[in-house]
Design a protein around this ligand. Structure first.
Ligand code: F6P
Length: 343
């Protein structure tokens, strides 16, 4: 019997379990066996696996996170790890591997295809929505809805106390979560990595708003946003195994500047991993399910070196290397809609 392996790597996100469930259901229906690789690429380095049968996937559709576990392991960091990945792929007798991940995890998949492990299919996931080859990745919709709910909650307390509240959201170097959650939550200013922060402009928007009688404001800032004035920066540089800076700290720095310059009492709320946890929305469950089914279809048709993607409302496939070719930053048409509501 042929065996399909599946792993989930990088930051977890809501929608991973619906993908795993769909892959297993479709693969079993088509006569394959499915082997779960635990904790991303780490599981292939260590040959740490889990048989995925109908019992193993029972009840996982509404669960956040991933039943396989995840890690930010980069097997290309050490030559011996890469060798073990190649060796274990053979020893586990995998006929195909479905890799569910973001830029880093899929980047490894793309390199492996070039290095001879050809039978790989990618599935894009990230709450950041920054993969250019797909219109949406699952996880994003849930993160936006969570952030929107938090902004709603921050509104009521900001209004009662006549404060400014800065909400720092995730998104790495793209401001999608900030922009969409900010529009949906009615933020008074939205700051994103794509546009350096002009602190004078931010304070003047807030002062103007308060000048027309408002006594509170909500400022949404993406964790990757930077001040235009380089003197105002910030965070210590901690790198992960893919060389990414661990972001965070802009909210605090921004809140401090706003309070100092406007004189209005200001608080900062960092939403953090709350945005990544919990049950996926219906959109993310459906998208994850569609991606999982399509990934198995690609395996059946031996369409390897591909990634499934959403284009409009159709599930398509694209070359795996396209998945990591460019960062998808915020569409300025969308950001300009948000701007209409500043102040
Ligand atoms: O890429 C997803 C993401 O949640 C980013 O938005 C964030 O910068 C990063 O992961 C946080 O990573 P970690 O879970 O390692 O702290």
């Amino acid at each position: 019997m042929s065996t399909i392996g599946i792993l989930t790597g990088g930051g977890d996100c809501p929608g991973l379990n619906p993908v795993i469930r769909a892959v297993v259901r479709k693969a079993l229906n088509e006569g394959y066996e499915v082997l779960g690789i635990k904790n991303g690429w780490k599981g292939l380095v260590e040959k740490d696996t889990l048989k995925l049968d109908l019992m193993a996937i029972s009840g996982i559709l509404p669960k956040g996170g991933t039943i396989l576990g995840t890690s930010r392991t980069n097997p290309y960091k050490k030559a011996e790890d890469l060798e073990r990945v190649k060796q274990n792929f053979k020893e586990l007798a995998l006929d195909a591997l479905i890799v569910v991940g973001g830029e880093d995890t899929l980047g490894v998949a793309s390199k492996l295809v070039k290095d001879g492990i050809k039978n790989i299919v990618g599935v894009p996931k990230t709450i950041d929505n920054d993969l250019s080859a797909t219109d949406y990745s699952f996880g994003f919709d849930t993160a936006v809805n969570v952030a929107m709910e938090c902004i709603d909650r921050l509104h009521t307390t900001a209004e009662s106390h006549h404060r400014i509240i800065v909400a720092e959201v995730m998104g790495r170097h793209a401001g999608w979560i900030a922009t969409e959650a900010g529009i949906a939550g009615g933020a008074d200013v939205i700051l994103i990595p794509e546009i350096p922060i002009d602190i004078d402009e931010v304070c003047s928007i807030i002062k103007k708003r308060h000048g027309r009688g408002k006594t509170f404001s909500i400022v949404v800032v993406a964790e990757g946003a930077q001040f235009k004035d380089k003197d105002l920066v910030l965070q210590e540089e901690k790198l992960d195994s893919f060389g990414h800076v661990r972001l965070g700290g802009i909210g605090e720095a921004l809140g401090e500047q706003i309070e100092k310059r406007t004189g209005y009492e200001t608080r900062v709320s960092v939403l953090g991993h709350i945005q990544r946890g919990g049950s996926p929305t219906a959109f993310d469950r459906v998208l994850g399910t569609r991606f999982g089914i399509k990934a198995v279809e690609l395996v059946i048709n031996k369409q390897f070196g591909k990634m499934v993607a959403l284009s409009g409302n159709k599930i398509i496939d694209v070359p795996l290397e396209k998945a990591v070719a460019a960062l998808k930053t915020v569409d300025m048409e969308l950001y300009n809609i948000a701007r209409e509501f500043f102040g």
